[in-house]
Design a protein around this ligand. Structure first.
Ligand code: HEC
Length: 121
């Protein structure tokens, strides 16, 4: 799933952001540079995320708005998205506040945990 163009700051240029994400994915699939996160550590750190990013469904516990699924998502994609929210390259107040305090290591661990879960149909 690609970030929706509407959620990308127009002046940042969505092409650049897509390229950054694409590079991130390539690096991870190559498995050489990006350090793999720790699934167990990520399980603890992801606790706060699960209230909204429920795994079994696309909806959060308040069935009023759609929250993207994370289970089975590529770790590189999750890290790229979190970095973009933190840097506000991807605009979303809720996810900015979620990503704001995460270190690179936290992001890698959380991403490893979510990507280790079964993909939701
Ligand atoms: C209060 C609810 C809420 C919480 C808590 C929350 N998220 Fe989110 N998250 C959202 C919503 C809503 C979106 C969709 C935002 C958008 O459209 O860009 C989202 C988007 C994302 C995305 C992008 C998914 C995609 O398909 O592009 C990632 C990755 C993500 N969240 C990770 C996390 C992580 C990791 C945590 C815990 C540290 C977390 N979220 C906590 C509501 C939440």
């Amino acid at each position: 799933m690609c970030p929706e163009p509407s959620s990308v700051r127009p002046c940042a240029g969505s092409k650049t952001i897509r390229r950054v994400i694409a590079v991130g994915l390539t690096v991870c699939l190559g498995g050489t540079i990006q350090a793999a996160g720790d699934v167990e550590a990520g399980r603890m750190k992801a606790d706060a995320c699960l209230g909204c990013h429920g795994i079994a469904t696309y909806q959060n516990v308040y069935p009023t708005y759609h929250v993207p699924k994370l289970g089975g998502q590529s770790a590189a994609y999750i890290v790229a998205a979190l970095r973009a929210y933190k840097a506000q390259d991807r605009q979303h107040p809720t996810m900015h506040s979620q990503a704001h305090d995460l270190s690179d290591e936290d992001m890698a661990d959380i991403a490893a945990y979510f990507s280790s879960l079964a993909q939701v149909e």
